[in-house]
Design a protein around this ligand. Structure first.
Ligand SMILES: NC(=O)C1=CN([C@@H]2O[C@H](COP(=O)(O)OP(=O)(O)OC[C@H]3O[C@@H](n4cnc5c(N)ncnc54)[C@H](OP(=O)(O)O)[C@@H]3O)[C@@H](O)[C@H]2O)C=CC1
Ligand SMILES: O=C(O)[C@@H]1CCC=N1
Length: 278
Protein backbone atom coordinates (compact mmCIF):
# COMPACT_ATOMS: atom_id res chain seq x y z
CA UNK A 1 0.00 0.00 0.00
CA UNK A 2 1.31 3.50 -0.92
CA UNK A 3 2.22 5.65 2.03
CA UNK A 4 -0.05 8.72 2.26
CA UNK A 5 1.52 12.16 2.01
CA UNK A 6 1.35 13.94 5.33
CA UNK A 7 0.31 17.59 5.21
CA UNK A 8 0.12 19.80 8.28
CA UNK A 9 -2.84 22.20 8.36
CA UNK A 10 -3.14 24.94 10.96
CA UNK A 11 -6.65 26.30 11.55
CA UNK A 12 -6.71 29.76 13.13
CA UNK A 13 -10.28 29.91 14.41
CA UNK A 14 -11.97 26.91 15.96
CA UNK A 15 -15.62 27.78 15.55
CA UNK A 16 -18.49 26.29 13.62
CA UNK A 17 -16.89 26.43 10.20
CA UNK A 18 -13.53 25.09 11.36
CA UNK A 19 -15.34 22.20 13.05
CA UNK A 20 -17.34 21.38 9.93
CA UNK A 21 -14.23 21.51 7.73
CA UNK A 22 -12.17 19.36 10.08
CA UNK A 23 -14.98 16.83 10.25
CA UNK A 24 -15.18 16.71 6.43
CA UNK A 25 -11.43 16.45 5.97
CA UNK A 26 -11.07 13.67 8.52
CA UNK A 27 -13.93 11.62 7.07
CA UNK A 28 -12.27 11.76 3.65
CA UNK A 29 -10.02 8.89 2.67
CA UNK A 30 -7.98 10.67 0.01
CA UNK A 31 -4.34 10.88 -0.99
CA UNK A 32 -3.37 13.03 1.98
CA UNK A 33 -3.02 12.27 5.65
CA UNK A 34 -4.04 15.56 7.29
CA UNK A 35 -2.18 16.48 10.44
CA UNK A 36 -4.50 19.11 11.85
CA UNK A 37 -3.57 21.77 14.39
CA UNK A 38 -6.17 24.22 15.70
CA UNK A 39 -5.93 27.57 17.48
CA UNK A 40 -8.54 30.09 18.56
CA UNK A 41 -8.54 33.26 20.59
CA UNK A 42 -9.54 32.09 24.07
CA UNK A 43 -12.20 29.36 24.11
CA UNK A 44 -10.25 26.44 25.60
CA UNK A 45 -13.41 24.34 26.07
CA UNK A 46 -14.01 24.51 22.32
CA UNK A 47 -10.43 23.43 21.58
CA UNK A 48 -10.66 20.55 24.05
CA UNK A 49 -13.87 19.37 22.38
CA UNK A 50 -12.18 19.35 18.95
CA UNK A 51 -9.18 17.44 20.34
CA UNK A 52 -11.50 14.90 21.95
CA UNK A 53 -13.72 14.46 18.88
CA UNK A 54 -11.23 14.60 16.02
CA UNK A 55 -7.85 13.85 17.65
CA UNK A 56 -6.48 17.13 16.33
CA UNK A 57 -3.73 19.06 18.15
CA UNK A 58 -4.72 22.20 20.04
CA UNK A 59 -2.36 25.14 19.73
CA UNK A 60 -2.36 27.82 22.38
CA UNK A 61 -0.31 30.38 20.46
CA UNK A 62 -0.54 29.99 16.68
CA UNK A 63 2.35 32.40 16.05
CA UNK A 64 4.83 29.91 17.52
CA UNK A 65 3.72 27.02 15.31
CA UNK A 66 2.73 28.75 12.06
CA UNK A 67 6.15 28.11 10.53
CA UNK A 68 5.61 24.33 10.79
CA UNK A 69 2.34 24.37 8.83
CA UNK A 70 2.09 23.59 5.12
CA UNK A 71 -1.40 25.11 4.90
CA UNK A 72 -2.85 27.82 7.15
CA UNK A 73 -6.64 28.13 7.17
CA UNK A 74 -8.07 31.37 8.51
CA UNK A 75 -11.44 30.43 10.00
CA UNK A 76 -12.06 33.42 12.22
CA UNK A 77 -14.63 36.21 11.62
CA UNK A 78 -13.93 38.64 8.74
CA UNK A 79 -13.42 41.56 11.11
CA UNK A 80 -10.71 39.62 12.97
CA UNK A 81 -8.71 39.04 9.80
CA UNK A 82 -6.65 42.23 9.64
CA UNK A 83 -4.94 41.86 13.04
CA UNK A 84 -4.24 38.19 12.34
CA UNK A 85 -2.98 38.92 8.80
CA UNK A 86 -0.67 41.63 10.18
CA UNK A 87 0.92 39.04 12.47
CA UNK A 88 0.94 36.39 9.80
CA UNK A 89 2.64 38.72 7.30
CA UNK A 90 5.73 38.69 9.52
CA UNK A 91 5.82 34.90 9.67
CA UNK A 92 4.50 33.43 6.44
CA UNK A 93 6.83 31.76 3.91
CA UNK A 94 6.38 31.51 0.16
CA UNK A 95 6.16 27.71 0.31
CA UNK A 96 3.05 27.86 2.54
CA UNK A 97 -0.57 28.20 1.44
CA UNK A 98 -2.85 30.66 3.25
CA UNK A 99 -6.56 30.04 2.71
CA UNK A 100 -9.39 32.01 4.28
CA UNK A 101 -13.05 31.05 4.57
CA UNK A 102 -14.17 34.51 5.68
CA UNK A 103 -17.15 36.08 3.95
CA UNK A 104 -16.18 39.11 1.88
CA UNK A 105 -12.44 38.84 2.38
CA UNK A 106 -11.45 38.03 -1.22
CA UNK A 107 -8.27 36.35 -2.41
CA UNK A 108 -7.02 39.80 -3.44
CA UNK A 109 -7.59 41.02 0.12
CA UNK A 110 -5.39 38.21 1.41
CA UNK A 111 -2.72 38.88 -1.20
CA UNK A 112 -2.73 42.60 -0.38
CA UNK A 113 -2.23 41.93 3.33
CA UNK A 114 0.55 39.34 2.93
CA UNK A 115 4.01 39.60 1.34
CA UNK A 116 4.05 39.61 -2.46
CA UNK A 117 4.10 36.10 -3.88
CA UNK A 118 2.33 34.49 -0.90
CA UNK A 119 0.21 31.56 -2.05
CA UNK A 120 -3.41 32.45 -1.19
CA UNK A 121 -6.88 31.02 -1.73
CA UNK A 122 -10.38 31.98 -0.66
CA UNK A 123 -12.90 29.25 0.11
CA UNK A 124 -16.60 29.67 0.82
CA UNK A 125 -17.94 26.37 2.20
CA UNK A 126 -21.17 25.73 4.02
CA UNK A 127 -21.88 23.72 7.16
CA UNK A 128 -22.69 20.57 5.17
CA UNK A 129 -18.88 20.33 4.88
CA UNK A 130 -19.13 18.43 8.17
CA UNK A 131 -20.87 15.54 6.39
CA UNK A 132 -18.94 15.91 3.12
CA UNK A 133 -21.89 17.58 1.35
CA UNK A 134 -20.84 21.23 1.08
CA UNK A 135 -21.06 23.15 -2.16
CA UNK A 136 -17.87 25.13 -1.74
CA UNK A 137 -16.77 28.09 -3.83
CA UNK A 138 -13.06 28.69 -4.25
CA UNK A 139 -10.96 31.45 -5.80
CA UNK A 140 -7.31 30.54 -6.18
CA UNK A 141 -4.57 33.18 -6.17
CA UNK A 142 -2.04 33.61 -8.99
CA UNK A 143 0.99 32.45 -6.99
CA UNK A 144 -0.45 29.07 -5.99
CA UNK A 145 1.81 26.22 -7.14
CA UNK A 146 0.64 22.85 -8.47
CA UNK A 147 1.57 21.24 -5.13
CA UNK A 148 -0.70 23.55 -3.16
CA UNK A 149 -3.43 23.52 -5.81
CA UNK A 150 -3.53 19.75 -5.37
CA UNK A 151 -3.73 20.11 -1.57
CA UNK A 152 -6.48 22.69 -1.88
CA UNK A 153 -8.50 20.44 -4.16
CA UNK A 154 -8.04 17.58 -1.68
CA UNK A 155 -9.41 19.79 1.10
CA UNK A 156 -12.35 20.82 -1.09
CA UNK A 157 -12.99 17.19 -1.98
CA UNK A 158 -13.24 16.30 1.70
CA UNK A 159 -15.88 19.00 2.17
CA UNK A 160 -18.07 17.84 -0.71
CA UNK A 161 -18.39 19.36 -4.17
CA UNK A 162 -16.64 22.54 -5.21
CA UNK A 163 -16.79 25.30 -7.79
CA UNK A 164 -13.43 26.87 -8.57
CA UNK A 165 -14.27 30.36 -9.82
CA UNK A 166 -13.33 34.02 -9.81
CA UNK A 167 -13.18 36.15 -6.70
CA UNK A 168 -16.17 38.15 -7.97
CA UNK A 169 -18.20 34.97 -8.30
CA UNK A 170 -17.38 34.02 -4.71
CA UNK A 171 -18.62 37.46 -3.60
CA UNK A 172 -21.81 37.10 -5.66
CA UNK A 173 -22.53 33.50 -4.68
CA UNK A 174 -21.70 33.68 -0.96
CA UNK A 175 -25.38 34.12 -0.10
CA UNK A 176 -26.45 31.34 -2.46
CA UNK A 177 -24.16 28.52 -1.31
CA UNK A 178 -22.68 29.77 1.97
CA UNK A 179 -25.65 31.33 3.73
CA UNK A 180 -28.73 29.94 1.98
CA UNK A 181 -28.56 26.65 3.92
CA UNK A 182 -29.84 28.82 6.80
CA UNK A 183 -32.70 30.00 4.58
CA UNK A 184 -33.46 26.38 3.71
CA UNK A 185 -33.41 25.40 7.39
CA UNK A 186 -35.92 28.17 8.19
CA UNK A 187 -38.12 26.85 5.40
CA UNK A 188 -37.79 23.34 6.87
CA UNK A 189 -38.61 24.57 10.37
CA UNK A 190 -41.81 26.29 9.20
CA UNK A 191 -42.99 23.06 7.52
CA UNK A 192 -41.95 21.00 10.53
CA UNK A 193 -43.98 23.30 12.81
CA UNK A 194 -47.01 22.91 10.56
CA UNK A 195 -46.67 19.12 10.69
CA UNK A 196 -46.39 19.04 14.49
CA UNK A 197 -49.47 21.27 14.75
CA UNK A 198 -51.33 18.46 12.98
CA UNK A 199 -50.22 16.13 15.78
CA UNK A 200 -47.27 14.45 14.02
CA UNK A 201 -44.42 13.91 16.50
CA UNK A 202 -41.30 16.01 16.00
CA UNK A 203 -39.08 13.10 14.97
CA UNK A 204 -41.49 12.02 12.24
CA UNK A 205 -42.11 15.62 11.14
CA UNK A 206 -38.35 16.19 10.76
CA UNK A 207 -37.97 13.01 8.76
CA UNK A 208 -40.89 13.87 6.47
CA UNK A 209 -39.61 17.37 5.77
CA UNK A 210 -35.98 16.29 5.35
CA UNK A 211 -36.84 13.55 2.87
CA UNK A 212 -39.14 15.91 0.96
CA UNK A 213 -36.28 18.43 0.66
CA UNK A 214 -33.79 15.72 -0.31
CA UNK A 215 -36.14 14.47 -3.04
CA UNK A 216 -36.69 18.01 -4.32
CA UNK A 217 -32.93 18.65 -4.27
CA UNK A 218 -32.27 15.46 -6.23
CA UNK A 219 -34.85 16.49 -8.83
CA UNK A 220 -33.13 19.88 -9.21
CA UNK A 221 -29.82 18.07 -9.66
CA UNK A 222 -31.25 16.17 -12.64
CA UNK A 223 -30.85 19.54 -14.38
CA UNK A 224 -34.52 20.34 -14.84
CA UNK A 225 -35.77 23.91 -14.49
CA UNK A 226 -37.15 24.39 -10.95
CA UNK A 227 -40.23 26.11 -12.36
CA UNK A 228 -40.90 23.13 -14.63
CA UNK A 229 -40.52 20.86 -11.61
CA UNK A 230 -42.97 23.07 -9.69
CA UNK A 231 -45.40 22.81 -12.60
CA UNK A 232 -45.20 18.99 -12.34
CA UNK A 233 -46.40 19.28 -8.73
CA UNK A 234 -49.12 21.77 -9.51
CA UNK A 235 -52.11 19.85 -10.77
CA UNK A 236 -54.28 22.27 -12.79
CA UNK A 237 -57.09 23.55 -10.58
CA UNK A 238 -55.62 21.53 -7.70
CA UNK A 239 -54.36 22.14 -4.19
CA UNK A 240 -50.70 23.21 -4.70
CA UNK A 241 -51.75 26.21 -6.80
CA UNK A 242 -53.64 27.59 -3.81
CA UNK A 243 -50.51 27.41 -1.65
CA UNK A 244 -48.27 28.91 -4.35
CA UNK A 245 -50.72 31.79 -4.75
CA UNK A 246 -50.25 32.66 -1.08
CA UNK A 247 -46.45 32.64 -1.53
CA UNK A 248 -46.78 34.82 -4.60
CA UNK A 249 -49.10 37.21 -2.78
CA UNK A 250 -46.47 37.50 -0.03
CA UNK A 251 -43.79 38.18 -2.68
CA UNK A 252 -41.77 35.14 -1.66
CA UNK A 253 -39.34 35.41 -4.59
CA UNK A 254 -38.80 39.15 -4.11
CA UNK A 255 -38.10 38.66 -0.41
CA UNK A 256 -35.69 35.80 -1.07
CA UNK A 257 -33.79 37.92 -3.59
CA UNK A 258 -33.69 40.77 -1.06
CA UNK A 259 -32.26 38.33 1.50
CA UNK A 260 -29.53 37.32 -0.98
CA UNK A 261 -28.67 40.98 -1.63
CA UNK A 262 -28.61 41.84 2.09
CA UNK A 263 -26.35 38.87 2.85
CA UNK A 264 -23.83 39.71 0.14
CA UNK A 265 -23.85 43.41 1.08
CA UNK A 266 -23.16 42.58 4.71
CA UNK A 267 -20.35 40.16 3.79
CA UNK A 268 -18.67 42.89 1.74
CA UNK A 269 -19.12 45.50 4.46
CA UNK A 270 -17.67 43.31 7.22
CA UNK A 271 -14.43 42.71 5.38
CA UNK A 272 -14.27 46.26 3.99
CA UNK A 273 -14.59 47.65 7.51
CA UNK A 274 -11.87 45.31 8.68
CA UNK A 275 -9.54 46.45 5.86
CA UNK A 276 -10.24 50.14 6.67
CA UNK A 277 -9.37 49.50 10.32
CA UNK A 278 -6.04 47.94 9.27
N1 LIG B 1 -20.71 29.28 9.74
C1 LIG B 1 -20.80 29.14 8.41
O1 LIG B 1 -21.72 28.49 7.88
C2 LIG B 1 -19.78 29.77 7.51
C3 LIG B 1 -18.79 30.59 7.99
N2 LIG B 1 -17.85 31.11 7.14
C4 LIG B 1 -16.78 31.96 7.67
O2 LIG B 1 -16.09 31.24 8.67
C5 LIG B 1 -15.55 32.15 9.62
C6 LIG B 1 -15.88 31.68 11.01
O3 LIG B 1 -17.27 31.66 11.14
P1 LIG B 1 -17.95 30.71 12.25
O4 LIG B 1 -17.17 29.46 12.38
O5 LIG B 1 -19.39 30.66 11.91
O6 LIG B 1 -17.74 31.62 13.55
P2 LIG B 1 -17.55 31.18 15.07
O7 LIG B 1 -17.90 32.38 15.88
O8 LIG B 1 -18.25 29.90 15.32
O9 LIG B 1 -15.98 30.90 15.22
C7 LIG B 1 -15.03 31.91 15.17
C8 LIG B 1 -13.72 31.35 15.68
O10 LIG B 1 -12.69 32.32 15.43
C9 LIG B 1 -11.92 32.46 16.61
N3 LIG B 1 -11.29 33.76 16.62
C10 LIG B 1 -11.89 34.97 16.65
N4 LIG B 1 -10.96 35.94 16.64
C11 LIG B 1 -9.75 35.32 16.60
C12 LIG B 1 -8.42 35.77 16.59
N5 LIG B 1 -8.12 37.08 16.59
N6 LIG B 1 -7.43 34.86 16.56
C13 LIG B 1 -7.71 33.54 16.54
N7 LIG B 1 -8.96 33.05 16.56
C14 LIG B 1 -9.97 33.93 16.59
C15 LIG B 1 -12.89 32.25 17.73
O11 LIG B 1 -12.16 31.96 18.91
P3 LIG B 1 -12.79 32.20 20.37
O12 LIG B 1 -14.04 31.36 20.41
O13 LIG B 1 -11.71 31.74 21.31
O14 LIG B 1 -13.09 33.68 20.43
C16 LIG B 1 -13.69 31.08 17.18
O15 LIG B 1 -12.98 29.88 17.38
C17 LIG B 1 -16.12 33.53 9.27
O16 LIG B 1 -15.13 34.29 8.63
C18 LIG B 1 -17.27 33.23 8.33
O17 LIG B 1 -17.45 34.27 7.38
C19 LIG B 1 -17.84 30.81 5.81
C20 LIG B 1 -18.79 30.00 5.28
C21 LIG B 1 -19.87 29.45 6.07
O1 LIG C 1 -23.06 34.24 8.42
C1 LIG C 1 -21.94 34.41 7.92
O2 LIG C 1 -21.41 35.53 7.93
C2 LIG C 1 -21.23 33.26 7.26
C3 LIG C 1 -20.89 33.52 5.84
C4 LIG C 1 -21.59 32.46 5.05
C5 LIG C 1 -22.31 31.68 6.03
N1 LIG C 1 -22.08 32.10 7.24
Amino acid sequence: MNKLTQVRVLFIGAGRMARAMISGMIRQRGAIDWEIHVANRSNSVRLAELVETFRVTAVRDWQTTASQADVIVLAMPPDEHQPVLRELAKLVRKDQLVASVAAGIGVSGLQAALPQGTQCAWMMPNTAAGIGESMTLCAIGDSVTEVHRHRLLEILHGLGLSFVCTEQQVHDLTAITGSAPAFAFQFAKALEDSATQFGVDLHDARHLVGQMMLGAAKLILTGQDPLALAAEVTTPGGATAAGLAVLEEAQFTTHLQAAVDATNRKARSLSAKSAEDA
